[in-house]
Each structure stands twice: as C-alpha cells, then as structure tokens.
Design a protein. Structure first.
Length: 250
C-alpha cells in the first residue's frame, strides 16, 4: 500500500447508496451504522451555485423532480423528495447539500471522497466552487476530503481554487497518458474501474508514486484480490458485507 494513503481503505459508495437512498444524509448515516469509515458522494451545482448531492444530470431517477438538475435553484431543489424512489421507509428524505453532509460527516468522524460531477458545460465552475467550499468546510479537519472527478478540466479548476486539497482523477480503463494527466493535476491517486484494471497496471501506477482507488467493488473476494495487488482503497455499495475483516485487511 502507498505509505501516504491517509484515508480508510473501504468507502461506502453514494453513502450506503443501495441500502438507503443514494447521496442523502440517510445513506450517510446508514453507512456509518454499518461500520463504514469512509463515504463517497457525488456533488454538482444547482442553478444558483449551491453545492448539492446528486449523481445524475437530471432529477427523475432519484427524486420526484423533473428535468435537468442545472435548471433548479436550491430553494426548490431542497423541497424535493429524494427518498420515495428507493423505498417507502425513506419517503420525504430531502436532498442533501454539501454543507449538511460535511457537518454530519465530521460529527461522525468519517472520511469523505467527494466526486465532483459537473452538469454539462459547467466543468470548471463546478470544480472551482466545490473545491472552494470544501476548503472552508474542512478547514480545521484532521483529515482532508479527497476530491475526484472524471473531468480533467474540473480537477484543474479545483486545483486552482484549493491546491491544498488532495485530488484523484477518475477513469474507466487506464488511458495511455495517465501519468501525464496525474502530473498535470498534481494528483494523489488514480481512481479506476476495477473491472478494467490489471495487477500489472496497479504495480506500474504505484511504482510512479500514485495511489490506486477502485470503484465499485461489491464482493469480498474481489476486494481481497484488489488489495493483494496493492490497491489502496475502494468503494462499495455494500459496506455491510465488505468489512475490513472480510476483505483481508482487518
Ligand atoms: O467515485 C467512484 C464512482 O462513484 C464513480 O462512478 O457513476 O457511481 O459516480 P459513479
Ligand atoms: Mg460517484
């Protein structure tokens, strides 16, 4: 494992995003209840520039809203029901702001990986605003949030806004220019889709001094294999099943 890996090795994906409505405070709390010490969440901007949790570009799948997320201001967004789509037990669960998640996360002593997921056309703006707000919300925290994004432009803007916050570039298959990109971003880690990753690639990335974070790993056997390759951390939909002990790291 990379010696400078500061965070837990298992993160709850979108909170415990299958066991509770993804990217909500309820999901965060469920992940904590199940013992996860790290949380991954997706953050984008409302129309009026508030940092809010949502995976998709549109509202339909995980709220009772409609249309593009980038068309709604926070005052309206905050009224949506982000829980009923998941199950009746979560009816009325409100959408989460980054501010609320930061407070809950810090109160629980959780580490966080904030995936910055800009709406199309707002790549640089979203990187700048989210990183700036993270720098303020975690200013005196013992552990900084790990910022990540599939968007190179977003991470560059995040770097300009808050150079002190660690960054990870998200990819599916490892691209040929991965090393140049990580250098340009002064990134800490490459976040890879585990199904397109080999042991040889992990060794090469780590030999260059970068950490490897895998998404989204849902069986203990696969987690054990990835950790045996030297993978530093991963996220999972099932933090109840992927405990450190069952993943061979406990
Ligand atoms: O951050 C890793 C993972 O969350 C990326 O995929 O689509 O679940 O945000 P997605
Ligand atoms: Mg994500």
């Amino acid at each position: 494992m990379t010696t400078n890996w500061l965070w837990p090795r298992i993160f709850a994906h979108r909170g415990a995003g299958r066991l509770a409505p993804e990217n909500t405070l309820a999901a965060l709390r469920e992940g904590a209840r199940l013992g996860a010490r790290g949380l991954e969440c997706d953050v984008k901007l409302t129309r009026d520039g508030v940092c809010a949790l949502l995976h998709d570009d549109s509202l339909e799948r995980t709220t009772d809203g409609h249309g593009p997320a980038a068309m709604l201001d926070w005052t309206d967004w905050a009224q949506l029901d982000a829980g009923s789509w998941h199950s009746p037990a979560y009816a009325g669960e409100p959408p989460a702001s980054l501010r609320a998640i930061a407070h809950a996360c810090r109160a629980l002593g959780h580490a966080i990986n904030i995936e910055i997921k800009p709406c199309p056309g707002r790549e640089a703006e979203t990187g700048r605003v989210v990183a700036g707000q993270c720098a303020a919300l975690w200013a005196d925290a013992p552990l900084p949030p790990l910022l990540s994004s599939f968007s190179f432009e977003t991470l560059l803007a995040a770097r300009q806004a808050a150079v002190q916050l660690p960054r990870g570039w998200l990819v599916e298959a490892v691209p040929p220019d991965w090393h140049d990109k990580l250098q340009a971003l002064d990134a800490r880690a490459l976040h890879c889709w585990h199904e397109a990753l080999s042991a040889a690639q992990v060794a090469e990335i780590k030999a260059a001094g970068y950490a490897v974070f895998c998404y989204t790993v849902n069986t203990p056997a696969r987690a054990q294999e990835l950790f045996s390759w030297g993978v530093d951390a991963l996220c999972t939909d099932y933090p109840d099943q992927l405990t450190p002990a069952r993943c061979g790291i406990g």
